[in-house]
Design a protein. Structure first.
Length: 217
């Protein structure tokens, strides 16, 4: 697979988006591509922040705008595909009393993220290796799930979110983001998994979608 960068070449965008579309409509196919995706990001981890400007205002603008739309005060937050942890650490600053978990397929990414945890005596922020297609958390564990630039596993997100919990899906370069899913497909899948209050918008060069898992009546 070609190397990712925010100004990715056409082939990278086409391959990444094809994987995201496949996973959205046929999540059972993930094992066919998951290990190549993991290897790809393991190789991409060195120098990731410098190459992609991860953690810059531009990179975080879509996540921030999606959070604004939800107006949540979560206690337990999960950041999927956290990469080197830029978004996860932003969440920990936004929600200074919440417990924040960052999860990523790539060990190299997680190693870098762990290196960024400063003084955290209460162990509020934690990074771990894991696969978003089969999350190592029990049902209803979180009241906010976020993800920036990776395939979406709708069923797992709905399983680990508490009813009423919020979701933000951010694509930092809109539909030119290599790992992004078409908005119309995301809307359909969210509705079919019990999400409501679905909103979307643009911020900087990117786009965001937010939603809430509906309470059962
Ligand atoms: C394009 S990077 C984005 C990283 C980070 N969110 C950022 O914005 O800098 C996508 C990340 O998602 C991770 N990823 C892809 N598929 C995943 C999966 N099924 N489970 C967990 N992480 C995954 C990759 O390892 C990679 O670190």
């Amino acid at each position: 697979m070609p190397e990712y960068s925010p100004s990715a070449d056409r082939k990278t965008v086409v391959v990444g988006k094809a994987i995201c579309r496949l996973v959205a409509v046929a999540p059972w196919a993930w094992p066919l591509v998951g290990s190549s995706v993991g290897r790809f990001f393991d190789h991409a981890a060195a120098g990731w922040d410098e190459r992609t400007s991860a953690g810059s205002a531009g990179h975080l603008a879509t996540l921030a705008a999606g959070l604004d739309s939800l107006q949540s005060k979560p206690e337990r937050v999960l950041d999927l595909g956290c990469g080197t942890g830029a978004g996860t650490l932003f969440l920990s600053r936004e929600f200074p009393t919440a417990s924040i978990r960052g999860l990523d397929l790539s060990e190299s990414m997680i190693r870098q993220a762990q290196g960024k945890i400063g003084l955290d005596p209460e162990g509020r922020v934690n990074f771990r290796v894991g696969d978003a297609s089969g999350l190592p958390f029990s049902d209803d564990s979180f009241d906010l799930v976020t993800q920036v630039n990776l395939p979406i596993f709708f069923r797992e997100i709905a399983r680990v979110l508490r009813p009423g919990g919020g979701l933000v899906i951010a694509s930092s370069h809109g539909d030119q983001t290599p790992f992004s899913t078409p908005e119309s497909l995301v809307f359909r899948k969210l509705a079919s998994r019990g999400f409501g209050s679905i909103g979307s918008g643009t911020a900087g060069e990117g786009t965001w979608i937010s939603a809430r898992l509906e309470e059962q009546s």
